[in-house]
Write a protein that binds this ligand. Structure first.
Ligand SMILES: [Zn+2]
Length: 265
């Protein structure tokens, strides 16, 4: 027999979810629906005072219990709610795992891009602001360089290092010109603290999307690579040399099978 408090017998809802605080106050929680509805005995099972704060829950539950109407006289039957027929299927059980899930906007721009896994992983960390830039190291009280090593002017943050920094902007600009990717040119995007939005904006130009998807993390990685060179190896490159190394990297990828990535010059 169905349980009054636990089973979803009120138009698909269960009393313990509709009125959790009233449920806490109820004794005999395993009472059947049939027994609990007889003379509304479930009301007497609620022990303690229903305070003004709890009144809305109580009234809501009362209304739903009343609206559930009369019980059929036949025996209880199990119904699988995820199929129209009410019969269980493994297919519907499999799809149940994805109920309430949302599609990540990074799926196409990052995970589906034709690029090595390490680049995708890097682009993902960049998009969700999880790279260990100076601001994040500072927040953890870890040693950090504080200033952006590319321009030595500002605190190194994700937004600064990839969008604001004059050095990085020059790299983007020269790369965008050389590889004909206008959506990657700093003149065509605005600086935003929403790194995911910025990253997606760079790949919205359909004609260049495929290439942009890969050039984007490659450029960013080189930006970060230059930053690491300066911090850990004391070496510096010009913007042009950094851009050429992006080109070399992309060319290597084309040899590995990504023919559509071939830089156009
Ligand atoms: Zn900088």
């Amino acid at each position: 027999m169905a349980s009054f408090w636990y089973d979803s017998w009120m138009q698909g809802e269960a009393p313990f979810l509709v009125a959790p605080d009233i449920f806490q106050m109820a004794r005999r929680k395993n009472k059947t629906v049939h027994a609990a509805l007889r003379d509304n005995s479930w009301v007497r099972d609620v022990q303690g005072r229903v305070t003004t704060g709890l009144l809305p829950q109580f009234v809501n539950l009362w209304t739903k219990v009343a609206a559930a109407g009369h019980l059929s006289t036949g025996p209880d039957v199990f119904t699988w709610k995820l199929t129209e027929s009410g019969v269980f299927s493994t297919r519907s059980a499999y799809h149940m795992q994805f109920l309430g899930s949302t599609r990540s906007p990074l799926m196409a721009a990052v995970w589906k891009a034709w690029a090595p896994a390490k680049i995708k992983f890097f682009a993902w960390l960049l998009a969700i602001n999880r790279l260990l830039t100076a601001d994040r190291l500072m927040a953890r009280q870890w040693p950090n360089c504080y200033f952006c090593p590319l321009c030595m002017r500002s605190l190194e943050t994700n937004v600064h290092l990839f969008q604001e920094c004059p050095w990085a902007r020059r790299l983007w600009a020269t790369g965008a010109d050389r590889f004909q990717l206008p959506s990657c040119h700093p003149d065509n995007w605005s600086i935003t603290t929403d790194t995911t939005e910025w990253l997606l904006g760079l790949t919205t130009n359909a004609a260049h999307a495929k290439k942009g998807e890969v050039h984007l993390p490659a450029h960013s990685l080189d930006d970060l690579g230059e930053r690491n060179n300066r911090i850990f190896r004391g070496q510096e490159r010009s913007v042009e040399r950094a851009r050429d190394s992006v080109g070399d990297e992309i060319t290597t990828w084309t040899w590995a099978g990504g023919k559509h990535l071939m830089p156009r010059e």
